[in-house]
Design a protein around this ligand. Structure first.
Ligand code: PLP
Length: 459
């Protein structure tokens, strides 16, 4: 085995890491962690640390680490048939079975599932399908996509444009012209503190209506949104938001894409966030929880009214020109089957609801009264603590103070991984769905101690 020193050097000299400060990393100024293993909700690294992963990797290792059932399914598939493509009607037992399992779990009005590799490419597929749909219906002008500020939908050219976070646009010449953004349903950040939740929903709806009126409904094809804003701050929607938005979209014949890359397959304590919030999407994007990240696989789940038009399109114009070499990869599919079985067998959707509620309640109790905690929020196995300079006046810290990052670093010292969300001082938690109550309590204690270390007792 390589020594730590060799690996550390090669890492700094050879590896272009995603979402990383490249200069600091190359110069050895930014942290490096070489992960060696994982079991349950814990990972281990080469320096001998055992850390409770309160973010399940990138909110994706939903069944937890080290599941032999999934490892075995991947090994068996690799031996039997590591690969065959899925073009022109080809399939394997694994990808056909997974398609059936996904459709059995998806909302009733969904018709088919297309498999890709990750969340970004699944959203890319979904936008192409939306454009194709409107071309087949003879509406070539109806192409713009509405996304929300603070939404996260990936970091490709189109998906990075859909993403509503500055970091993902800056110096990349994004967003592309076909993408327009509307307000985030972020009640804690409401423009006027006197607004009730219902007022704020009405405000979001009015802002959307204004945007549609300005651009023209006949130029807008779809609206994309995560049921719960994820990377933008882990923000559950205000009460009544989705039904109110859905009404506007229906009135203007604007399709709805539910980006369920984080929420799909159980994270909210429901199989899909669309069911959880009564959304009626035309397309669902899914990835992370589909295989719990044991192998790369994504799903674009297509609703019936769209599917009918896609079939009409191929009858008129021939084969649908869309696909990747690795679409529906059998190894990813084998991982997906074993993963969905485990989620059922272990009752993890239920556990996400129950232990997630325990985590949220514990967090509110432990830090909700702290003078620098503005809000503790969450849904299912998602939880966030937002820090503020002045709670009564809702004054935020300066970005340069990096308070969120400091608290997350203090948590890491105490053995718990949380994520400093990229925009704001928000401590994000999205543990594996198999988290136990005791492990949830450990996260709460560590969060409280870290906040006290960085910001004082706060009372
Ligand atoms: N959509 C959402 C809601 C996500 O959270 C992510 C990733 O975090 C993506 C899309 C992009 O997925 P990927 O990183 O697999 O491309």
């Amino acid at each position: 085995m390589l020594t730590n020193d060799e690996l550390a050097k090669w890492d700094r000299e050879s590896f272009f890491h995603p979402s990383t400060h490249l200069g600091q990393f190359a110069r050895g100024e930014a942290a490096q962690r070489i992960v060696t293993g994982g079991e349950g909700v814990f990972i281990t690294d080469r320096d001998g640390n055992r850390l409770l992963d309160g973010f399940a990797g990138l909110y994706c290792v939903n069944v937890g680490y080290g599941r032999p059932e999934i490892a075995q399914a991947i090994a068996d598939q690799a031996k039997e048939l590591a690969y065959y493509h899925a073009y022109a009607g080809h399939g394997s037992e694994a990808n056909i079975t997974l398609a059936k399992m996904v459709m059995d779990r998806a909302p009733d009005h969904m018709a088919r599932v297309y498999f890709g590799l990750g969340g970004s490419d699944a959203n890319e597929t979904n936008i192409k399908l939306v454009w194709y749909y409107n071309n087949i219906l003879g509406r070539p002008e109806k192409k713009k996509i509405i996304s929300r500020w603070r939404g996260y939908h990936g970091s490709g050219l189109m998906t990075g444009s859909l993403t509503g976070l500055e970091l993902f646009h800056k110096k990349f010449d994004l967003p592309l012209a076909q993408v327009i953004h509307t307000d985030a349903p972020y009640y804690y950040h409401r423009p006027d503190l006197a607004m009730s939740e219902a007022d704020f929903v009405a405000h979001c709806v009015a802002r959307l209506e204004d945007l549609i009126a300005t651009e023209g409904a006949d130029t807008i094809a779809a609206f994309i949104g995560e049921p719960v804003l994820g990377t933008g701050g882990i923000v559950p929607p205000p009460e009544g938001y989705w039904p109110a938005i859905q009404k506007v979209l229906d009135r203007h014949e604007i399709l709805l894409i539910a980006d369920e890359v984080v929420t799909g397959f159980g994270r909210l304590g429901s199989m899909f966030g669309s069911d959880h919030y009564g959304m009626k999407p035309d397309l669902i994007t899914s990835a992370k929880g589909l295989t719990s990240a044991y192998a790369p696989l994504s799903a674009s789940i297509v609703g019936q009214r769209m599917w009918d038009v896609l079939m009409q399109g191929t009858d008129e114009y021939g084969v649908l020109g869309h696909g990747w070499t690795y679409s529906a990869h059998p190894i990813g599919a084998a991982a997906g089957i074993a993963n969905l079985k485990l989620i059922d067998d272990l009752g993890l959707v239920q556990n996400a609801a129950e232990v997630g509620a325990h985590l949220l309640a514990g967090m509110r109790e432990a830090v909700g009264g702290h003078a620098h905690v503005g809000e503790v929020r969450g849904e299912g196995m998602l939880c966030a603590v937002e820090l503020v300079a002045d709670r009564d006046r809702r004054r935020f810290f300066e970005a340069s103070e990096t308070m969120g990052a400091k608290v997350v670093a203090a948590m890491l010292k105490r053995g718990v991984i949380a994520r400093a969300m990229p925009q704001g001082d928000i401590i994000g938690l999205a543990p594996p769905l198999c988290l136990s109550r005791e492990e949830a309590d450990q996260i709460v204690t560590v969060t409280r101690d870290a906040i006290v270390e960085v910001l004082g007792p706060g009372s």
